[in-house]
Design a protein around this ligand. Structure first.
Ligand SMILES: Cc1cc2nc3c(=O)[nH]c(=O)nc-3n(C[C@H](O)[C@H](O)[C@H](O)COP(=O)(O)OP(=O)(O)OC[C@H]3O[C@@H](n4cnc5c(N)ncnc54)[C@H](O)[C@@H]3O)c2cc1C
Length: 418
């Protein structure tokens, strides 16, 4: 039997060689340290090495890569956001999936099935027209459908009057769909380590050090690292880390988002269907399961606990607008953390309050669809020290300047009463 040794020196069966990303011992210094082995940390490291030749980079992950939202999300991608700042960012993110699949030589399983955002009132139809105009202005395909056209697009939908929130129409967004989330984690880890990046799993960042207004290092559960640059991209944990380690308070609340899958079924529907009024969305995975989620639990919470209330809510909502699912069994339920800003737009900033400090957080439930493009531009920011134009509107100080973005409307979260 072949014995290999893991990063921690413990013997492992011959499987270690088959891993698609490499293990390395931790060095005492790096050009950059990234806290968080999630989607954004991995993507930033990949682009630092690929686009900027900066491969002396360490990713610190306190558990295992994909442990956070990266491995828990429902994998939906789309670009029909609300504001002129967000739409171009998410459009480029959508365009990057096929590019990354080729570059990483790893099948990310982009299923370009399109998204249908159901609309349940005339007011919602009117507001959707604004979203559609913004999207079309930025070259993003998005159309308004009436109830009959929506039913033609997705025959499984109930468009009768006999439901709590009858369907008036839908916002149809053909370029969106679903990408396999764990493939994105593995593919980026493979791509980054191939270019020389070190990934240190089971290694928690415990302190960030500064000297004369500049970043000087990071303490970890595996020892101290000297570095002039630190990126905090730790998902739901970012705000706590930044406050504890640098004393900067972020306007972020952390809430739980839950998701579930049903037993596998024959092909029933083809799009990602979501409803703001019912607070539920669903799509059928390539395995046949119905993956379904909803908006987050409305109270701040650092746990990933699931609730019976949520199961009941999903069952009731889905059986109204997708009645063919009545009686189908749920197989699994899980929860993850969402870091929410007041305007539901992220915070991407750098060199403030100390030189060499960068943050990429506040993604709520938009952090999967954005990770590719954000990695690309955060890498540029860290390598060159200047904020790329596309990221500038997302600086932290917009919150104290009362210049919030109004990205909440991207959810098409219109109740029938507004
Ligand atoms: C149920 C659910 C459904 C979702 N659905 C979607 C969706 O369909 N589409 C979409 O776009 N988004 C979705 N999201 C949101 C998305 O998953 C997150 O926004 C995204 O994962 C954020 O990426 P990240 O890289 O910033 O953080 P994460 O992916 O959460 O990674 C952060 C990592 O940092 C690590 N970490 C924390 N503290 C430390 C420390 N001190 N030292 C070292 N490492 C540390 C964590 O262990 C974690 O692995 C969903 C989220 C959930 C929970």
């Amino acid at each position: 039997m072949v014995l290999n040794f893991s990063e921690q020196g413990t013997p492992m069966l011959g499987l270690a060689k088959k891993r698609i990303w490499k293990y390395n011992f931790m060095k005492s210094s790096y050009d950059a340290v990234i806290i968080g082995g999630g989607l954004h940390g991995l993507a930033t490291a990949y682009y630092l090495a690929k686009e900027h030749g900066m491969n002396d980079v360490a990713i610190l992950e306190k558990r295992f890569i994909g442990f956070g939202g990266a491995g828990r999300n429902t994998a939906i991608v789309r670009a029909n956001q609300r504001t002129q700042y967000n739409v171009p960012l998410y459009k480029e993110a959508l365009d990057l999936w096929p590019v990354l699949t080729r570059e990483l030589d790893f099948n990310l399983m982009f299923n370009n099935c399109g998204n249908l955002n159901l609309l349940h009132s005339e007011a919602a139809m009117k507001t959707a027209r604004m979203n559609i105009s913004t999207a079309q202005f930025h070259g993003v395909e998005s159309h308004l459908l009436d109830a009959k056209q929506t039913k033609e697009m997705e025959p499984a939908l109930n468009i009768s009057e006999d439901m709590t929130y009858p369907i008036h129409g839908a916002m149809y967004h053909p370029p969106g769909g679903v990408v396999r989330h764990d493939a994105v984690v593995w593919g980026l880890a493979k791509g980054a380590t191939k270019l020389g990046v070190h990934i240190h799993q089971q290694t928690e960042a415990t302190a960030i050090h500064t000297e004369n207004g500049k970043i000087s290092g990071v303490s970890t559960s595996g020892g101290r690292i000297n570095t002039p640059r630190v990126l905090v991209s730790a998902g739901g944990y970012s705000a706590g880390i930044i406050f504890r380690m640098l004393g900067v308070k972020l306007p972020i609340s952390v809430l739980t988002i839950q998701a579930m899958v049903t037993q596998p079924l024959k092909p029933l529907f083809n799009h990602v269907v979501s409803s703001g009024a019912y607070h539920a969305y669903a799509n059928q995975t390539l395995k046949g399961e119905i993956a379904t989620g909803a908006h987050m639990d409305p109270w701040p919470n650092y746990t990933t606990q699931t609730t019976a209330y949520y199961i009941k809510h999903q069952a009731e909502a889905l059986s109204e607008f997708l009645p063919c699912l009545r009686g189908v069994k749920f197989m699994r339920i899980w929860g993850g953390l969402a870091d929410m800003t007041p305007d539901m737009a992220p915070i991407m900033d750098g060199n403030d309050p100390v030189e060499g400090f960068y943050m990429d957080c506040g993604w709520g439930y938009f952090g999967f669809k954005s990770c590719s493009v954000v990695g690309k531009y955060m890498a540029e920011f860290m390598a060159e020290g200047n904020c790329p134009g596309i990221l500038k509107p997302f600086h932290l100080r917009r919150c104290e300047q009362h210049r919030l973005m109004g990205e909440t409307a991207a959810l098409v979260n219109y109740s029938p009463d507004n």
